[in-house]
Design a protein around this ligand. Structure first.
Ligand code: CAO
Length: 414
């Protein structure tokens, strides 16, 4: 048995944040029924299309292990079927614009009336407050959640990150909320509302920057490079380039081949515990006893000089050689891997983190498998459903007979 076997999810999600959440639940064994508009479906099916006529990678990579039913939830007949689906399921997940489900006639109160055990989970851009009615996409959340103002190089424009912390990050938070609510239901017997705002989820992932905001009151942030460069701090957490953000200074440094390879770099952390080994590796054994370099505190104003010396050494090695030399010495380093390198990395295929999936319209493609590994619940990644692929079987499961299914089809409800 899979961990969430028997849990039925009514999946009203679209684009990225909601589908991330329901895909995770599907990987853990939940039966995820994705409801899509007849003839249209999730908008991402036809966004960023690379194979004409086929569902896009954007869609396929977010909707594995789900079943698709088409349903016009705004028509009277569609609403009647939707009501049966609410009775049939344990969890309903949605990430429409604020108020969309209420406008369809399915408020939280109404859903509770139909099924008091229902867990109703939503993603919105913002929580209650001045912006609660706004539509929000990934980068807006990164900006409003404190990520953009603290990412990028000092003195340069705010920067959004490639990691989809607003969308996929919020989907992850929501999935945890849902399984927690399912657990509470085993005691209470009742459903409940689960809400995640993208702004809140991004801020949760940026908490160290709110930490630094408060530390500013006590003086300059000495682990930031700008401290050693003599640049004064303002009244808000500054952008810190590739500084480590923790108590152990780190930077991205050039490696052999950086002139032509945009990813010939390594991340190098000067962890205090291995400082002496670092001095030996980079050919600066005298720094082990030099009082300007021997202690973490003494080193903080000299980080440019220190990382300059380390980079003189890393530039003589490839990013993989740096790892081979430093790892046995417990010096924390990491190569900057390109997506091409990640796609071709055999160890990620072995663990199911990168998976090849076959699809009837597009053939084989790569996707990211479940990053959460349960020893007793391995995730088998199954291709995403075609639009309405499971309409008939799902309608039969909720009690419609073949004539009723035909009538729903000819009436345009499904
Ligand atoms: N049958 C009938 N109507 C349906 C339907 C169905 N099966 N599924 C959806 N619809 C309707 C909705 O009811 C809504 O209608 P109204 O506007 O009349 O209420 C309409 O389709 C479109 O919904 P939307 O406003 O959510 O879609 P959008 O493309 O305009 O906005 C987005 C997209 C993402 C900006 C918005 O949904 C949003 O802000 N969501 C919350 C935040 C979020 O999740 N953002 C992440 C985006 S990327 O993951």
């Amino acid at each position: 048995m899979k961990a969430l076997e028997g849990v039925k999810i009514l999946d009203m999600t679209h684009v990225q944040s909601g589908p991330t959440c329901t895909q995770l639940l599907a990987w853990f064994g939940a039966d995820v029924i994705k409801v899509e508009r007849p003839g249209v479906g999730d908008a991402t099916r036809k966004q960023l299309v690379d194979v004409p006529g086929a569902d896009s990678l954007y869609f396929t990579m977010l909707n594995h292990n789900k079943r698709s039913v088409t349903l016009n939830t705004k028509s009277d007949e569609g609403k009647a079927i939707f009501t049966k689906l609410i009775q049939h399921c344990d969890v309903m997940v949605e990430n429409f614009a604020p108020g969309a489900l209420d406008r369809m006639g399915f408020s939280w109160e109404k859903i509770q009336e139909i099924n008091p055990r229902m867990i109703y989970a939503s993603v919105k851009g913002f929580g209650p407050g001045p912006y609660s009615e706004c539509k929000v996409y990934e980068n807006v959340a990164q900006c409003a959640g404190g990520s953009a103002s603290t990412t990028g190089m000092l003195g340069d424009v705010p920067m959004v990150t490639g990691a989809q912390i607003g969308d996929s990050g919020t989907g992850l938070h929501l999935a945890l909320g849902i399984v927690t609510a399912l657990y509470q239901r085993t005691h209470s017997g009742k459903g409940q509302r689960v809400e995640c705002a993208m702004q809140d989820s991004v801020l949760n992932l940026c908490r160290v920057k709110l930490r630094d905001q408060q530390r500013l009151k006590a003086g300059p942030l000495t682990e930031y490079s700008q401290y050693g460069e003599g640049i004064p701090f303002g009244d808000a957490t500054p952008r810190a380039g590739n500084d480590s953000g923790g108590g152990q200074p780190g930077r991205i440094l050039k490696c052999k081949g950086w002139e032509t390879d945009p990813n010939a770099y390594t991340y190098f952390i000067t962890q205090a515990a291995v400082w002496e080994k670092i001095c030996d590796v980079i050919g600066k054994p005298e720094w082990k006893t030099d009082e300007d370099f021997a202690t973490p505190k003494a080193r903080l104003p000299r980080l440019n000089q220190i990382f300059g010396a380390i980079e003189d050494w890393t530039m003589t090695k490839t990013k993989f050689e740096v790892m081979e030399i430093c790892n046995p010495l417990d010096i924390p380093v990491g190569p900057i891997l390109s997506m091409k390198e990640i796609a071709e990395e055999p160890s990620l295929r072995d663990t199911g983190t990168v998976v090849e999936v076959d699809h009837p319209e597009r053939g084989a493609y790569l996707t990211v498998g479940n990053p959460i590994k349960l020893s007793d619940c391995p995730a088998d990644v199954k291709r995403s459903p075609l639009l309405g692929e499971h309409t008939d079987e799902i309608l039969a499961e909720i009690g419609l007979n073949p004539d009723e299914i035909e009538a729903a089809k000819s009436g345009g409800a499904v």
